[in-house]
Design a protein around this ligand. Structure first.
Ligand SMILES: [Zn+2]
Length: 622
């Protein structure tokens, strides 16, 4: 508690600067990251702490346990080795670890001291770090410790790299100092990954703002087409959100691994080097419904990844859920809002690709139909709400096992479907005047611009504001609750409906009969990978981990098993010989009838003018 003191104005002028200096101890933190022997995978970090006055007797350096955007405690301190601390003269300082991620250094009040350590970096993913003879990529939260109590402090990062390597990061460069970059605080520092290599660069401008794609590796992409299409995505999403809130933007693309991680003015992407093939040129204009090809592993999948990560610069990086920024780097940061942060971002990735003309209306609708079918094939949708899924991401979504399909719903998948449902609900209630776009722009103006985070109540209110009425029932049923999603009510707003072809109509065994387990061939062994709750396999005793030796007394492979199953009809019995651990036994399973056919979104036979208008506005249709 502070007591007010009455002091004269003249005294204040003198006393205040002294007080500020004594209390906040402005500190200069500069990191140097070196990589003298890249093949050892060891990044060498020097952190220099300097003050204009004496510091405290002891100080603590802390390594984050997680990196924002990837909701799992990863214990980055486990890769630290060779820690040492010295004063300005190079004399060793005493230090000790006080817990898994904290180093306490006895500085004896030194105005300047250093800590040096190495970090083993040999895992390429968007959330980890890798150094080898080909390149260096790192997330700062993996390798740079913060000074306890100084997360708000600015810092600089100086990179010492082999001469032939360039440095790319979203951080602004310090003028006149080679390969030196400045972060205003540690949230920004930890939000700015580095790529250091002989990368290729594609550049483009949107509304006068510089964008670059930095590519490490070789692959079968067409650089000109990639540049053009990524620019289209940027333009389309900027149009949705109405504003570019950064000075420049960097896409870091590795042609290895997969996935993406969003940052303030950059993103890290991984995509397999030969997955940029463009499947049949006319797909964009194809009228064939329900193409079974997914967007996952072709050029469209890459564009979808770009559209997702780029939209995050608004949704999650600036439109921030309650617990997500400023961050606590020492433990889990819980929020119920990942279904908005991730799921609605996923929905907008689909919307942006469609509005940018990079996928056709039919492809967009087919993707939505497939997502609906996948949701209905997930028993966990009736077990976990999307808010629970968000909250428990740290222990469930990021740590999946064989039971996950039965006990969890993905906040990505259900969140994206909720985005679709909310968008159409708002458009329907407002007769096409408002949409989810207005909700996102409202959140940006009311929360980011006013430096506030939003919570569950705020998000619902924003949706209600645009819908012009209560959405309490919607949120009770589908967000806080676990009720089946009502696709048809939503789709009707745009003159559409969900059609499900009868089970078995395709003639495929997987449609006609229901077994209910995923099998995998591991060498010469056929293993049960997953058993779906409520299925014949589940109810009649098949287990995850069982090895199926024979079906109807004949030795099996997966292909043979599937071929035998294809000859069966509902009600038939199959006799499985299995090893469970080391014990041989038999299991009789009665096959069930196929549950559902293929999902397809089709136009209603008659559509009102309002429905037609909503459809046109929504999908930018002609
Ligand atoms: Zn995401």
């Amino acid at each position: 508690m502070h007591k007010r003191r009455v002091v004269c104005a003249a005294a204040l002028l003198i006393v205040l600067p002294l007080l500020i200096e004594a209390q906040t101890l402005p500190v200069d933190i500069s990191f140097t990251v070196a990589m003298p022997r890249p093949h050892t995978h060891l990044l060498e970090v020097d952190v220099a702490v300097k003050r204009t006055a004496n510091g405290p007797q002891q100080e603590q350096l802390i390594m984050p346990v997680w990196t924002p955007g990837s909701y799992l405690v990863r214990e980055f301190a486990r890769h630290v080795q060779d820690f040492a601390a010295t004063d300005a003269a190079g004399q060793p300082l005493k230090w000790e670890k006080t817990n898994k991620d904290t180093w306490r250094i006895t500085t004896n009040g030194a105005r300047e001291w250093h800590a040096r350590y190495r970090v083993y970096a040999n895992e390429l993913s968007v959330r980890t770090s890798e150094l080898n003879s080909g390149h260096a990529f790192w997330n700062n939260a993996n390798i740079l410790m913060y000074l306890d109590g100084f997360l708000q402090s600015p810092s600089t990062v100086h990179v010492l790299a082999p001469d032939v390597w360039k440095v790319a990061t979203g951080l602004p460069a310090v003028l006149g100092q080679k390969n030196t970059f400045r972060a205003e605080n540690f949230d920004i520092l930890y939000d700015s990954p580095f790529e250091v290599s002989n990368f290729k660069t594609l550049i483009f401008n949107v509304k006068g703002v510089a964008h670059r794609i930095v590519i490490d590796g070789e692959g079968n992409y067409d650089p000109e087409r990639m540049r053009r299409d990524v620019q289209k995505i940027v333009e389309t999403e900027v149009e949705i959100m109405g504003e570019i809130p950064y000075h420049d933007y960097t896409f870091i693309l590795h042609l290895r691994g997969g996935g993406g991680l969003e940052h303030l003015n950059s993103t890290a992407l991984g995509y397999p080097r030969f997955a940029f093939r463009i499947s049949s040129g006319d797909r964009a204009t194809s009228s064939a419904p329900n193409t079974t090809e997914s967007f996952e592993r072709d050029y469209r999948g890459f564009l979808s990844l770009v559209a997702h990560e780029f939209f995050h610069l608004w949704n999650v990086k600036r439109i921030r859920p309650d617990a997500l920024g400023p961050f606590d780097y020492t433990q889990e940061n819980y929020t119920k809002m990942l279904w908005v942060a991730e799921g609605i971002t996923d929905y907008y990735a689909d919307v942006a690709l469609r509005r940018a003309g990079l996928v056709s209306e039919n492809e967009f609708l087919s993707a939505q139909a497939r997502a609906m079918q996948a949701m209905q094939d997930t028993p966990g949708r009736l077990v976990q709400s999307v808010e629970e899924s968000s909250f428990d991401s740290w222990i469930k979504y990021y740590r999946q096992d064989e039971n996950s399909v039965n006990s969890q719903v993905s906040y990505y998948e259900k969140g994206a479907l909720l985005g679709l449902l909310l968008d159409l609900e708002i458009r329907q209630r407002s007769a096409g005047a408002k949409s989810l776009d207005d909700v996102m722009r409202y959140l940006y103006a009311e929360y980011f611009k006013k430096n506030r985070n939003y919570g569950p109540v705020d998000f619902q209110k924003a949706c209600e504001l645009m819908a012009g009425g209560s959405l309490e029932e919607f949120f009770n049923r589908y967000v806080r609750g676990k009720e089946e999603l009502d696709y048809n009510t939503a789709l009707a707003a745009a003159g559409l409906r969900l059609e499900i072809t009868p089970a078995g109509a395709t003639g495929r065994a997987s449609d006609r009969i229901f077994f209910g387990a995923d099998l995998t061939q591991a060498g010469d062994r056929l293993m049960v990978e997953r058993v779906y709750a409520g299925s014949p396999a589940y109810e009649q005793g098949l287990n995850f981990g069982d090895q199926i030796v024979a079906i109807d007394n004949v030795r099996v492979t997966r292909d043979f098993f599937n071929a035998r199953l294809a000859e069966k009809k509902p009600g038939d019995l199959i006799n499985l010989t299995i090893f469970r651990f080391d014990d041989l036994s038999t299991l009789l399973i009665k096959l069930g009838p196929g549950r559902e056919g293929t999902f397809r979104i089709a136009p209603l036979t008659t559509q009102t003018e309002v429905q037609k208008k909503i459809y046109r506005d929504w999908l930018r249709a002609a």
